[in-house]
Design a protein around this ligand. Sequence first.
Ligand SMILES: C[S@@+](CC[C@H](N)C(=O)[O-])C[C@H]1O[C@@H](n2cnc3c(N)ncnc32)[C@H](O)[C@@H]1O
Length: 269
Amino acid sequence: MQVKPNELIILTNQKSQFKIFFSPEMEFSCHKGSIKFGKILHYGELVFTNKNEYFLVVHPNSSDKMFKVNRSTTIVYPKDLGMLIIELGINSGSKIVEIGTGSGASTFTLANIVGEKGKIDTIDINQEKQEKGRKNFARHSKFQNTEWHIKDLTQEKLDTPAADAVFIDIPEAYNLIKSIRCLLKDGHPIGILCPSFEQVKITANALNEAGFTRIRCQELLERKIFVRKNSTRPADMMHAHTAFYIFAEKVADKDLESVLKLGIRQTIE
Ligand SMILES: C[S@@+](CC[C@H](N)C(=O)[O-])C[C@H]1O[C@@H](n2cnc3c(N)ncnc32)[C@H](O)[C@@H]1O
């Protein structure tokens, strides 16, 4: 498959890798020498530097794309987004509300999964940050399935049909939980990124009071393994704590009062 201009490519020689946006006119330089690409480049092929060192051209995965964004904010870690996609049941065709566009790393990855039949409504209070997110989106997604909103949902309403899932990645998400209930279909999931134990407690309480059930919190630790001849072992550094994630499902409005009156235990272990 031919690489198109402006596409992200990975140049790898097994020991190191470089992530670059391909342009036929460009000259790429590194400690192994320089490469003039020319017009035609294919995924999977070998290219050689002027010092006769080789690189393989490979296609980027979602994690490569996320780490390559021009950041104006922290981004969701790919390992965490994987968990979020499973817990929120996100598929081709899903309709999602995302609060906190930021650098757009989670927005374009979700948009690439839900595809042309799905939809993302992404909201930020900060226009400048969302603009950067939109630029990153344009580089990493071909879909026109995302609507961009500048709003403070504690003060304003979002006029959109109830979504299959809501994802919140903003500081102090607990302030928003009551007001965004109406954005989610009954019985459907919400996922919230929490940076600290303190926020986990406040957020879980807020979910409980706002009529959510099956409230659970989890984090993922990612340990890479160096696969080497005669010395395969875990890496000495790892992406351990990046964030906690709280998940829950929405109780229908008609049963909200009964659930609160019954004092049903709404967290699970
Ligand atoms: C950590 S960033 C989101 C990063 C994004 N998930 C990514 O992977 O690139 C948080 C964003 O939330 C926005 N934000 C903060 N408070 C907000 C609020 N009340 N409503 C909407 N967005 C808010 C900030 O402006 C910031 O852009």
